[in-house]
Design a protein around this ligand. Structure first.
Ligand code: HEM
Length: 168
């Protein structure tokens, strides 16, 4: 990101600071959650994982604050788009879950030290030795992705604006 900013500064190009911070925090959060920077794995564009998270959050917020669950009766175009994005988010998570399961099966010694949040969830057991279900794992990963990404990106942006004004 720093390289991209230096390049833009040297060539006088505008940058979209919110978009850059969001991309950065999606990278950090997916690294923590799955052990991969998802931005390194995919191209920018309308079908990027970041775009699907961005489609999800505003509708999620609207639903969380809605006086009644209207989406059980009718769906706005943004709701339909969000549900498509959610399906892709879930599919991506399930691919990572399958990959992590395979990796853990092959490397039993890793059990003592999970390398990321997903591995920790896959290895977690209660007193009876029961692990988490796939739905519980999926829910926890979505929580971390949503809780970790937008909050941090906006805080960075506000911090940047404050520093900029202080140094003027
Ligand atoms: C500047 C950045 C952040 C801010 C301002 C922030 C803010 C908050 C707030 C206010 C809550 C409480 C929500 C409530 O109970 O009403 C919360 C909960 C939480 N945050 Fe953050 N957060 C930030 C970064 C992160 C990051 C980086 C992660 C993880 C990668 C994270 C994970 C969580 C989780 C798991 C919860 C609990 C959700 C639950 O109760 O199920 N947050 N955060």
């Amino acid at each position: 990101m720093l390289k991209h900013w230096h390049k833009s500064a040297n060539t006088g190009l505008d940058i979209d600071i919110q978009e850059d911070w969001t991309r950065f925090t999606v990278g950090v959060t997916t690294n923590f959650a799955f052990g991969y920077d998802i931005n390194v794995l995919e191209q920018e564009g309308d079908d990027s994982f970041q775009r699907h998270l961005e489609t999800f959050l505003p509708v999620f917020n609207r639903r969380a604050n809605a006086p009644f669950p209207y989406w059980h009766f009718f769906k706005l175009p943004s709701e339909r788009k969000m549900e498509q994005s959610l399906a892709i988010i879930k599919e991506t998570i399930s691919t990572f879950v399958q990959q992590a399961r395979k990796k853990l099966e092959q490397q039993a010694a890793r059990e003592a030290e999970p390398a990321n949040f997903l591995e920790a969830l896959l290895l977690a057991k209660d007193e009876q030795g029961n692990g988490l279900t796939d739905v519980e794992i999926q829910g926890n990963i979505i929580t971390i992705l949503l809780a970790g990404e937008d909050t941090t990106a906006h805080t960075f942006k506000i911090g940047g604006i404050l520093i900029f004004h202080r140094t003027q």
